[in-house]
Design a protein around this ligand. Structure first.
Ligand code: PMP
Length: 360
């Protein structure tokens, strides 16, 4: 089969080595004669998977001991509700920094539970989309926490600043987790849907600081209650075991290639190749200011949008899949998560170059 590179924003590529290992052990996992999907989450074999995967994730992100790691259901959108319901306590407001589609969606969900202080932190700089420096974000005094989304998957905007606050910082890291180094100790809660840099959809990772437990609202469904999930080792109900197992394999793979530090270098190299190509071209453009360009999601537009359809058809035929931009932004988007090799980005650039020559 011809080599295929999948640029989908999520569910996204999973490292080929991980898929091959999973395939090999699918019907007879760990010598049990069954798949990992068919065994009890409370069996000693699965508990070993749970323990090892948490250990590996802790190592990859240097997660301090006063943080809990939860393996949950419900996706990042589940966390849009879980965060305010777990963290508001007696407060009636929280700061929601709005840098794009997903931060805004989180704020909308929070409106069900409090009166969020929603702040548009986007701006225009040098004619490009940008984000205000964190020192200029107007935070409110009575917020229970400050929520932001460091990587806006749809807009292709990355925020490398952290809110300047002594309140707990909550970050939706769905499309950036494990792509670059972070200092977990700066955050109150980090959450991420798995389906980009972690593994298959169905699993959501939550990293929560110990002192933030015990504040959940009485009406919060138990499966979203961090304290319950911590007490039950993420097994209050049946966890998504296959997704958890595969996430564990992705963590092993990432450790094997040199961890997050090495991954960051590779991601920076990949993004550089693609942005450099776009910037030197008169045929393509990216509308995000270089200071806020995402390492993971690269939206780009053709100067002749009437060619979008044929671009996508020809790219697909060349094995470059799922490049259609999100409907709210249009154009194209190349998601180049951890599992995307440099060769995939190079193949995309080669294709874009050829397409430009044929259609400029
Ligand atoms: N936040 C971000 C940054 C995302 O990219 C996505 C999904 N693309 C979501 C939240 C929603 O995630 P889920 O579908 O897991 O609820």
């Amino acid at each position: 089969m011809e080599k295929v590179y999948n640029f989908c924003a999520g569910p996204a590529m999973i490292p080929a080595d991980v898929l091959q290992k999973a395939q090999k052990e699918l019907v007879n996992w760990s010598g049990l004669g069954t798949s990992v999907m068919e065994i009890s989450h409370r069996s000693k074999e699965f508990l070993a998977v749970a323990e090892q995967s948490e250990k590996d994730l802790r190592e990859l992100l240097s997660i301090p001991a006063n943080y809990h790691v939860l393996f949950c259901h419900g996706g990042a959108r589940g966390q849009f509700a879980a965060v305010p319901m777990n963290l508001l306590g007696e407060a009636d407001t929280a700061d929601y920094m709005d840098g794009g589609y997903w931060a805004n969606s989180a704020a909308k969900e929070a409106e069900k539970y409090c009166q969020p202080n929603v702040v548009d932190i986007t701006c225009e700089r040098d004619g490009k989309k940008a984000v205000l420096p964190a020192s200029e974000w107007p935070l409110s005094g009575d917020a229970a926490f400050v929520h932001f989304c460091p990587n806006e998957t749809i807009d292709g905007i990355e925020i490398r600043d952290l809110p300047v606050t002594d309140k707990p910082i909550v970050a939706d890291m769905s499309s950036t987790i494990l792509s670059r180094k972070i200092d977990v100790s700066k955050y109150g809660v980090i959450y991420a849907g798995a389906q980009k840099n972690i593994g298959p959809a169905g699993l959501t990772i939550v990293i929560v600081r110990d002192d933030l437990l015990g504040k959940a609202k009485q009406v919060l469904p138990s499966i979203l209650d961090y304290t319950v999930l911590v007490d039950k080792d993420s097994m209050f109900n049946t966890p998504p075991t296959f997704a958890w197992y595969l996430a564990g394999e992705v963590f092993k793979w990432l450790k094997g290639i040199g961890g997050v530090e090495e991954m960051q270098k590779r991601n920076e190299a990949k993004a550089e190749v693609l942005y450099r190509f776009i910037d030197q071209s008169d045929f393509y453009r990216n509308e995000v200011h270089p200071a806020n360009r995402s390492l993971m999601n690269v939206p780009f537009q053709l100067k002749k949008p009437e060619l979008d359809k044929v671009f996508l058809e020809q790219a697909d035929a060349a094995g470059l899949k799922a490049l259609k931009g999100h409907r709210v932004v249009g154009g194209m988007r190349a998601s180049i998560y951890n599992a995307m090799p440099l060769e995939g980005v190079q193949a995309l650039v080669d294709f874009m170059q050829k397409f430009e020559q044929e259609n400029a």
